[in-house]
Design a protein around this ligand. Structure first.
Ligand code: FEH
Ligand code: ZN
Ligand code: ZN
Length: 346
């Protein structure tokens, strides 16, 4: 079968012919219908030797949807032909967090040598992917594959970030989303669908503001010198009850703490290299809580899929055949992808 492989650190990912895996024991073989590209894939491809615990070669792709092609003799649950999204942050499978479907916070995450499917283990940018257990599969029904695949990371990560601050988002509250890209445009929709909050959106690109508007944001603005003042005015002059920062650089974090209401929630999702200094007394809003959400739980993926099937969550995607993987990576690197780039192995 064809697969997009990272063969060694420092090499470009390349399409190669590898053997189609055979499921053993509780494993499940999934025929891939779609695999999304994520900025984390660029970080993986660009990593210097030793920076990540992974050992190439392996197949990339951690946002995956398809249908069950074959089952190992001990696999139970899905049937051949059933359409599924892959829950991607595979943990050790044995700790309390994994047992609760929260592999994203596996107690052994740091000693595994991988971070999930396509992240140190063979992933879904291929015709088939081998899944170690049926517990990593979430039924998607007739959801189009280009929609389902990005839900498994972009959708799930956004859903998890919103879920972590939802307790602060009752009637009459305001939520701010900084960065309306592959994840942020989903967060706007998830906030609209699951909270009564007024949703504000910020980005540095005009076209992202148009996307925020299409996704249901009540107000959107470019990041400029007076943006904090503008956003405060849009939140009854008290500040936002929750800020979701999908950028995480110095400018976005500065804006986040400027617009956060005392006692509010700040979720930093983006890994843009910014930092916050915690000091009391200091300039940070009193009583605020900070979260650093990573990916999400299996149950949250079930909920994100349900939202998408109800029509409340739509992913902007650009589709590429598997043979155009190099072009898709290049476009992602140049910031030229609209929404999420998705490989369709066909
Ligand atoms: C995966 C592994 C390591 C860092 C970040 C990621 C994300 O793409 C998952 O949300
Ligand atoms: Zn990712
Ligand atoms: Zn675990």
């Amino acid at each position: 079968m064809r697969a997009v492989r990272l063969t060694a650190w420092g090499r470009k990912p390349a399409l190669a012919e590898v053997e189609r895996p055979v499921p053993r024991e509780s494993e499940v073989l999934v025929r891939v219908e779609a695999a999304g590209l994520c900025h984390s894939d660029i970080h993986v491809v660009d990593a210097s030797p030793g920076a990540l615990p992974y050992k190439p070669p392996f197949t990339l792709g951690h946002e995956v949807a398809g249908h069950v092609a074959a089952l190992g003799p001990d696999a139970d649950g899905p049937t051949v032909g059933e359409r599924v999204a892959l829950y991607g942050p595979w943990g050790c499978g044995a700790c309390a967090r994994c047992a609760a479907g929260r592999d994203n916070y596996c107690d052994r995450r740091d000693s595994l040598g991988w971070h999930g499917v396509g992240l140190g283990l063979d992933g879904g940018m291929a015709e088939y992917v081998l899944v170690p257990s049926a517990r990593h599969l979430v039924p998607i029904g007739d959801l189009p594959a280009d929609q389902a695949a990005p839900l498994s990371d972009a959708g799930l990560t956004s859903y998890h970030a919103v879920a972590g601050v939802r307790h602060a988002l009752g009637d009459g509250t305001t939520a701010a989303v900084i960065g309306v890209g592959g994840l942020g445009h989903l967060a706007v929709q998830i906030l609209r669908a699951t909270t009564p909050s007024r949703v504000l959106a910020v980005d540095i690109r005009e076209e992202a503001l148009a996307l925020a508007h299409r996704c249901g944001a009540h107000f959107s603005t470019l990041l400029q010198g007076n943006t904090a003042h503008t956003l405060r005015a849009q939140s009854s002059n008290v500040g936002a009850d929750a800020v979701l920062d999908f950028v995480g650089n110095a400018a976005s974090l500065e804006l986040a703490v400027d617009i956060l209401r005392p006692g509010g929630e700040l979720a930093v999702v983006g890994s843009g290299g910014g930092h916050l200094t915690v000091r009391k007394p200091g300039v940070l809003p009193s009583g605020f809580r900070l979260s650093l959400p990573f990916w999400g739980s299996r149950h949250e993926l079930v909920e994100a899929v349900a939202l998408a099937r109800s029509g409340a969550l739509h992913v902007d995607t650009e589709q590429f055949p598997l043979s155009a993987a190099a072009e898709a990576f290049a476009r992602l690197r140049q910031g030229q992808v609209r929404g999420r780039a998705v490989l369709m192995p066909g």
